[in-house]
Design a protein around this ligand. Structure first.
Ligand code: NAD
Length: 497
């Protein structure tokens, strides 16, 4: 599709502005709404229902009811699988619309949403649909006088609270395994980007999921999100978002019903380039992708680049060259590699980090400026600072924008120490053609995913998540069923014959 085609579709695009509870559209009982604004045009897209405790109670009540009635959980695995596969097909059938909803609400290039986010979400539903009728339980090695089965059973009511950077995908990563396992779910999308989740919830009904099994609660974090966190009848809450809010969810759980809380939080992922890397050009291209994709608003963005000193200048020169290709533009233009920052507040925050780095001893080698495109100021040039000191804010804090901090190192031990010197533990990348070094360093890096000779390796078949203040949950792969099921032991004692 061409720019003009996307613009035409955008002009006619409708936005759902109500929550979806028990299969029905719902406004907030007190009539409250919040505005969703296109950051690339500053245009108001919709005023969406700002739900609170009353609506959260209703959504959880209906989710609990469907779970206890077994309307979904007790359906044979093959039937549940068919629903999830139908949903995957429906997502692909509505690919343009879903891509547009995410691009317009949070500013990402529509072609990224079209090529990656929507097929990614469909693929996740298909994968869990395919998985769910191939899972076997266990029999324990007891004496012959007993039979002990260890089965995985759904938890009941799951809440999922997700961010705006990959609205459809973050929802899919939670919903697919939670539903595949037989739970009922209340999903709270981010207030910046609720539309694709709402459309997804309609398509889920079309695919055959009974009403009330999936409910979408729109609203602000401090209201709708908090109401779910504090709810006494939710069994587990899966959260993706900032570390600060992740900490709140642990408090909410402690103050309410001790619901299980699974956190996928922020990061400050290092990318280590050693002098023995043979293809520096490829490494530079991937390093640029690792920080500028999605305007740098990626939890596992490779936002710290650690380069061995002997190749530092050459590598930075190549990187600056690659960075020129990442100029932001209208998200609806297929030629734009970067779009808009999610909103004015986030833009200001990123500019604050840039100003701080400019005032430090770090050296700005490209970018560093705000841009105005189509009348909106929510655009920032791809930006690189070298000579970043390991303890300054740019090297330690999650910027969540297109800003890369480069630091030189001399030897392997120093590189590993620098890489691990932060509060997060989500992802890391290593570039080396020395097999021994690649293994050695990968083993020593404190990260949930280490990518060797690539950046940000990600696939539905492998777990995604981190340690330390990046959280402790794992999305994707069969391991994510750990979050949405519990192990049940059933012990049958035999009478002696
Ligand atoms: P955020 O923490 O501000 O918001 C995430 C969700 O929490 C939203 O739905 C929001 O409404 C809700 N929320 C906000 N304040 C709340 C409160 N007081 N109580 C209850 N709920 C509240 O994060 P964001 O700005 O939407 O997303 C960016 C963050 O997400 C970054 O830190 C990024 O690293 C992280 N992230 C992590 C992963 C991962 O898998 N580890 C993936 C994507 C994004």
């Amino acid at each position: 599709m061409k720019h003009a085609d996307w613009q035409r579709l955008a002009k006619n695009q409708a936005f759902i502005d109500t929550a979806l509870i028990g299969g029905r559209a719902r406004t907030a009982a007190d009539g409250q709404t919040f505005d969703v604004i296109d950051p690339a045009t500053d245009r108001l897209l919709a005023r969406v229902a700002a739900c609170g405790t009353a609506e959260a109670d209703e959504a959880v009540r209906l989710a609990r009811r469907t779970f206890e009635q077994g309307t979904w959980a007790n359906r044979p695995p093959r039937e549940r699988k068919a629903v999830l596969l139908r949903l995957a097909d429906l997502l692909m059938a509505h690919r343009e619309e879903l891509a547009l909803l995410d691009a317009m609400s949070m500013g990402k290039p529509v072609m990224d949403a079209y090529n990656l986010d929507v097929p990614g979400a469909a693929g996740v539903f298909a994968w869990y649909g395919e998985a769910l009728d191939k899972l076997y339980d266990q029999v324990a090695p007891t004496a012959r006088t007993a039979l002990a089965t260890i089965t995985r059973v759904p938890l009941g009511v799951i809440a999922a609270v997700v961010p705006w950077n990959f609205p459809l995908d973050m929802a899919a990563w939670k919903l697919a395994p939670a539903l595949a396992a037989g739970n009922s779910v209340v999903l709270k999308p981010a207030e910046q980007s609720p539309f694709s989740a709402l459309r997804l919830a309609q398509l889920v009904l079309e695919a055959g999921l009974p009403e009330g099994v999936l409910n979408v609660l729109t609203g602000l974090g401090e209201q709708a999100g908090r109401a779910l966190g504090m709810h006494p009848d939710i069994d587990a809450l899966a959260f993706t978002g900032s570390t600060a809010v992740g900490k709140l969810f642990m408090q909410y759980a402690a103050q309410s019903n001790l619901k299980q809380v699974w956190l996928e939080c922020g990061g400050k992922s290092p990318n280590l380039v050693f002098a023995d890397c043979q293809d520096l050009d490829h490494a530079a291209e991937k390093a640029a992708f690792g920080i500028f994709f999605n305007q740098g608003q990626v939890c596992s963005a490779n936002s710290r680049l650690l380069v061995q000193r002997e190749i530092h200048d050459e590598f930075v020169a190549r990187l600056v060259d690659k960075t020129r290709q990442w100029q932001p533009g209208d998200p609806l233009d297929p030629a734009s590699p970067m779009g808009a920052i999610v909103n004015a507040r986030q833009t200001e925050r990123i500019l604050g980090y840039i100003a701080g780095a400019k005032a430090s001893s770090a050296r700005l080698v490209i970018g560093g400026e705000q841009l105005t495109i189509n009348g909106s100021n929510n655009f920032i040039q791809p930006t690189i600072f070298t000579d970043v000191s390991p303890r300054q804010a740019l090297a330690q804090e999650e910027v969540f924008g297109p800003v890369l901090a480069v630091t030189a190192f001399d030897h392997e031990d120093e590189a590993v120490a620098l890489a691990n010197d932060h509060i997060y533990g989500l992802a890391a990348s290593v570039w080396s053609d020395d097999l021994n070094r690649a293994h050695r360093v990968a083993r020593r890096l404190n990260a949930g995913t280490v990518s060797v000779n690539t950046v940000d390796a990600l696939d539905v078949t492998v777990p995604f998540g981190g340690g330390r203040q990046s959280g402790f949950g794992r999305d994707l792969s069969l391991h994510s069923f750990d979050k949405y099921t519990q192990l049940k032991t059933t012990w049958f004692q035999f009478r002696q014959g």
